[in-house]
Design a protein. Structure first.
Length: 305
């Protein structure tokens, strides 16, 4: 009884406001072909879809951005898996995978991708990444070039930009602790997610609900804050590895991206002289989710050429 009273007294300081149990999140958001892999102290949630009829089909690995999950690639998976073996991952610190035991450190994600591909016996793959997942893709390609064939960067992180206030606040000291212990109204998160779309009417409520639910996974708010703090403490991303990227690159960008400005297309073009680019006039930060059919056609053309 004493321990119960103690826990009740200190629960505002040790618990997570509004957290949703993992088993409930799995019930809501697992897909029929969801898989799990025990790796680096995590139970990594991923999809592995190959509708080509060829067990040796070329591999495409798709990596989402901050606060997102592998679900953001669902439409692309349906389209590209007719031609490739398509793997999408709930990146460490997000989605159903949840926090990485090490939090965040230099090369955490590229080291993870190296071990993930080894675990699935993938010798080579095309890398596709949005936002934070774009940074993961090009750093992995720079550090493990023998494993990467082509790269698609969608509104990729890399060069300095001024992030939305919610990202700035979570990256501050104790920002993650505060975010985890402060109730977050659904409508507040809906408003944040809407800023990622160029045309708000394209964003459906079930998609916003999914973003909210997975952010409420125990540990995810503090884990996301650790990623943001890592970037903030270093003044941004280390772009020097871009000099080592020699693979063919396609840069995709929404002209109305309110998170990472479209001007970054030219910055990547200057750093990656071999890159080609496409800009979508009526799209925001996530072309693969906002205009999946149009963007997937461009991705397929690039990967097959």
């Amino acid at each position: 009884m004493l321990s119960q009273a103690w826990n009740a007294m200190f629960s505002p300081f040790t618990g997570e406001a509004g957290a949703i149990a993992l088993d409930e999140l799995q019930r809501r958001h697992e897909l029929p072909d969801s898989r799990y892999l025990e790796l680096q102290g995590m139970r990594v949630h991923y999809r592995d879809v190959n509708r080509t009829g060829n067990p040796g089909a070329p591999v495409v690995i798709m990596l989402h951005g901050i606060f997102a999950s592998l679900h953001t690639w669902n439409d692309w998976t349906d389209i590209l898996s007719q031609h490739f073996r398509v793997i999408s991952i709930d990146n460490p610190n997000f989605g159903l995978t949840g926090p990485h035991p090490q939090g965040m450190r230099k090369h955490l994600y590229s080291d993870f991708l190296n071990e993930f591909t080894d675990a699935l016996n993938i010798q080579q793959a095309h890398m596709v990444g949005n936002s934070l997942g774009g940074w993961m893709s090009w750093e992995f390609a720079a550090r493990f070039p023998h494993k990467v064939q082509k790269i698609i960067l969608l509104d990729s992180a890399g060069f300095f930009f001024m992030p939305p206030m919610v990202l700035l606040s979570m990256g501050l000291p104790f920002g993650g602790w505060l975010a985890a212990r402060t109730p977050l109204p659904r409508k507040a998160l809906y408003a944040i997610v809407r800023t990622t779309y160029g045309r708000k009417e394209r964003l459906q409520k079930p998609v916003m609900d999914r973003y909210y639910d997975l952010l409420m996974r125990p540990g995810n708010r503090m884990a996301a804050a650790a990623v943001l703090r890592f970037v903030r403490n270093r003044g941004g991303f280390d772009t020097r590895p871009l000099q080592q990227v020699k693979q063919p690159v396609l840069i995709m960008w929404g002209k109305n991206d309110g998170w990472i400005p479209v001007a970054h297309v030219e910055k990547f073009r200057q750093a990656l002289l071999q890159a080609e680019s496409v800009i979508y006039e009526d799209c925001g930060h996530m072309p693969m989710e906002e205009i999946p059919q149009r963007s997937a056609v461009d991705a397929l053309r690039f990967l097959q050429q």
